[in-house]
Design a binder for this molecule. Structure first.
Ligand SMILES: NC(=O)c1ccc[n+]([C@@H]2O[C@H](COP(=O)([O-])OP(=O)(O)OC[C@H]3O[C@@H](n4cnc5c(N)ncnc54)[C@H](O)[C@@H]3O)[C@@H](O)[C@H]2O)c1
Ligand SMILES: CC(C)[C@H](C(=O)O)[C@@H](O)C(=O)O
Ligand SMILES: [Mg+2]
Length: 354
């Protein structure tokens, strides 16, 4: 099994390094062979190649069975023009690999209930939400530009969706909901945006083919509020690229820390891209402070969705749970009396508990 490894910038290399330690423990325990090949993306690629997404990186990804990615971006590259920013490299790779569905599960580990920004009573039995974010359309990829006008400038980004783009991600969300609590909440801004009106029409039509799944339609401003007020009402949240970006960070905080949230980006085939939801965290980069669990859980999603190794995926998730049971915490999820460890130690502990 060939895995393209893209450490990226900031804490990216630190957290990816620990996901590899855990994948090597999986290989040893279950007798698999993973072949890792490194590739450059984002600021790391800009510094060496002058572009955020070099051709070799796309070639390496296309020849692999899965891609493991850290994060990109940082203040060093913040003043570059849009198409040269590290983030453009990430968008390019998602689009280039046609990864149209981004799965972002927000689940509360029982050991971390007190880290949630919600009161423990509000969390009840815990939260288990899956955000299915469309990933290759919307305002991220529509026409954009800037022009001089009298007195200053104007700038624009365009939100575009086609029937086909909405249909394919909607089908995926409904199919996934069948394996969960059979409830899809589609989130849009159909009271204002034309692209959201198309989104709503298409999702409703696709929903008619899944009579066994309940469909709710919700505006994004209300959804942002409902996530805090009553997160238990959500099972699968199906939403657009932009709203999914925002709502998944919000859902992350319900679980205690952005450092806990993994993601999988999927297309038509087996090739997927697996990355934590968080960014390159320049404020803590290079200090061995980053929580590697989001990336380690992303590696578990890789085992599940690209390699169909369910037992192995669960073994990784159980190892994370065991280490939390033993009281080990990185500083973002610290609680009174916890044993605070750094990025590397957290990775080693999870590998040892496999
Ligand atoms: N997928 C990606 O590559 C991705 C995602 C989001 C942001 N970014 C980029 O990252 C850079 C920083 O963005 P930001 O500060 O808005 O978001 P961020 O997610 O990098 O950080 C937000 C906050 O969460 C903390 N944090 C994030 N991950 C953590 C972890 N694993 N362990 C402990 N704490 C963690 C950070 O220290 C920071 O305080 C920007 O250049 C942005 O464009 C990249
Ligand atoms: C860095 C940025 C391009 C990216 C996004 O907006 O998709 C990030 O915020 C994410 O959530 O993966
Ligand atoms: Mg984001």
């Amino acid at each position: 099994m060939k895995i393209a490894v893209i450490p990226g910038d900031g804490i990216g290399p630190e957290v990816v390094g620990q996901a590899i330690v855990v994948l090597e423990a999986v290989a040893q325990k279950f007798g698999h062979r993973f072949e890792f090949q490194e590739a450059l993306l984002g600021g790391a690629a800009l510094d060496v190649k002058g572009v955020p997404l070099p051709d070799e990186t796309m070639e390496i990804c296309l020849k692999s069975d899965a891609v493991l990615l850290g994060a990109v971006g940082g203040p060093k590259w913040d003043n570059l023009p849009g198409h040269l920013r590290p983030e453009a490299g990430l968008l390019g790779i998602r689009k280039g690999l046609n990864l149209f569905a981004n799965l972002r599960p927000a689940k509360v580990f029982p050991q971390l209930k007190s880290n949630s920004t919600l009161k423990e009573e509000a969390l009840g039995e815990g939260i288990d939400i899956l955000v299915v974010r469309e990933l290759t359309g919307d305002i991220y990829f529509g026409e954009k530009g800037r022009a001089k006008i009298p007195g200053g400038e104007k700038a624009w980004d365009t939100a575009v969706y086609t029937t086909y783009e909405v249909e394919r991600v909607a089908h995926l969300a409904f199919r996934i909901a069948r394996g969960r609590r059979r409830k899809v909440t589609s989130v849009d801004k159909a009271n204002v945006l034309e692209s959201s009106r198309l989104w709503r029409e298409v999702v409703s039509k696709v929903g008619e083919q899944y009579n066994d799944v309940e469909l709710n339609l919700m505006y994004v401003d209300n959804a942002a509020m409902q996530l805090i007020k009553n997160p238990h009402q959500f099972d699968v949240i199906l939403t657009t690229n932009m709203f999914g970006d925002i709502l998944s960070d919000e859902a992350a905080m319900l679980t205690g820390s952005l450092g806990m949230l993994p993601s999988a980006s999927l297309g038509e085939g087996r090739l997927g891209l697996y990355e934590p939801v968080h960014g390159s965290a320049p404020d803590i980069a290079g200090q061995d402070k980053a929580n590697p669990i989001a990336t380690i859980l992303s590696a578990a999603m890789m085992l599940r969705y690209s390699f169909y190794l369910e037992e192995e995926a669960q073994a990784v998730e159980n190892a994370v749970s065991k280490v939390l049971d033993q009281g080990y915490r990185t500083s973002d999820i610290a609680t009174p009396g916890a044993k605070i460890v750094g990025t590397k130690e957290m990775g080693s502990l999870i590998a040892q508990n496999m």
